[in-house]
Design a protein around this ligand. Structure first.
Ligand code: F0G
Length: 354
């Protein structure tokens, strides 16, 4: 217990208990996820003429939004007597599953596409003690394998096809509405396996139905151009993008994501890797380090703006889904390299032009 009255965010299950499918008997496995910053972007607001906010879900305990879903999925797995969990992943789900399984003392196995996982995510998954199995194939193949395994053996699947994942992830929408005291006009989010956009729509719909908000936002999801099956209307056999987190050719929540976009009068669109990297550098220069896939939401904002599809003064939220430290390669590749300097103040001052 923390001291009585000491303010500490309690994690999404305790903060939003009445909105979640749990009972008083559900054991709560939490790393105090959620409660992430909603940061106004002055420069993006000025450029687009909108009121632009960045929901920095990279500030979750394992550095991505997956923790919102994993606290619930692992808590329910424990409640149901599971001894082991499995997931397929492009890296963030595996990092999160490994951490929450460690907290709950569950065995965790992850299936990842060989050679396609950012280094930081692999480090997290290993350090939390998960068994990592590399699959010779992409994420879609790994997910089929994980599903098959869970069908046949006593192991619980914690990918977003596990409904508790989406229930937990919907809390991002609650936090945004609570912070703004209304829903935004537009809500922009990257799309990979298409669970997160579906979960956000679930959250806004819950708040709408309960009368907490009166208008839902329009939801816009952004896939990477080389991995944009929903935009193309057919699976992509060999998806390609530098944003490895969303390198997915046959999303599990395809239909749910399409419904979210349709019902909210939004859309699922594609942005190029070039647009993603430009947006990635841009938010970093505002102090928020997000991984490339996360920047697809901001790339999407600039894309909508360039096409004249934004209404002036609209309140817009872009979700930054994962932390930049997970995939530092792109940060270093695009930056000026450090210089060596002599160890005296005059030399440093000269170097800095002071
Ligand atoms: N952003 C990041 C940083 C992600 O890791 C993912 C998905 C997404 C966006 C897309 O979310 O799949 O719900 O549409 N990562 C999964 C993983 C696939 O295995 O970590 P989605």
């Amino acid at each position: 217990m923390t001291a009585a009255g000491a303010p500490q965010w309690r994690g999404i299950i305790e903060e939003y208990r009445e909105w979640l499918p749990i009972t008083a008997d559900t054991p709560v496995v939490t790393l105090r996820e959620g409660g992430t910053p909603l940061v106004r972007s002055e420069t993006l607001s000025a450029e687009t003429g909108c009121d632009v906010w960045l929901k920095y879900d990279g500030a979750n305990p394992t550095g991505s939004f997956k923790d919102r879903g994993m606290t619930l999925a692992i808590s329910k797995a424990i409640e149901e007597g599971a001894k082991a969990v499995v997931c397929a992943s492009t890296g963030n789900t595996s990092a999160s599953a490994a951490a929450y399984a460690a907290k709950a003392a569950l065995t965790c196995a992850v299936l990842v596409p060989k050679g396609k996982i950012a280094l930081g995510k692999m480090a997290q998954t290993l350090v939390h003690g998960a068994r990592v199995l590399e699959v010779d194939g992409n994420f879609d193949a790994a997910l089929e394998l994980a599903k098959d395994l869970a069908d046949r053996y006593p192991v619980t699947l914690v990918n977003s096809v596990n409904r508790f994942r989406l229930e937990g992830q919907k809390t991002a929408a609650f936090e945004i509405c609570d912070a703004l005291a209304r829903a935004p006009d537009l809500h922009l989010v990257p799309v990979g396996n298409a669970g997160n956009i579906s979960s956000h729509w679930l959250g806004y719909s819950d708040y709408l139905e309960a009368g907490v908000i009166h208008e839902p936002p329009r939801l816009f999801g952004f896939q990477a151009k080389g991995a944009a099956p929903i935009v193309l209307g057919e699976p992509v056999k060999d998806p390609q993008t530098i944003a490895t987190a969303i390198r997915i050719g046959n999303p599990a929540s395809w239909e749910k994501a399409l419904s979210a976009a349709k019902e909210s009068e939004g859309a699922i669109l594609a942005v190029t890797d070039r647009e993603i990297l430009a947006a990635y550098r841009r938010v970093a220069r505002e102090g928020l380090f997000a991984e490339p896939a996360s920047a697809a939401s901001v790339a999407g904002l600039l894309h909508l703006h360039a096409e004249g599809n934004l209404t002036a003064d609209a309140t817009v939220v872009c979700v930054l889904t994962g932390h930049g430290l997970k995939d530092p390669e792109w940060a270093i590749a695009g930056a000026a390299q450090p210089q060596t300097v002599r160890g005296d103040p005059a030399a440093v001052a000269t170097e800095l032009g002071l």
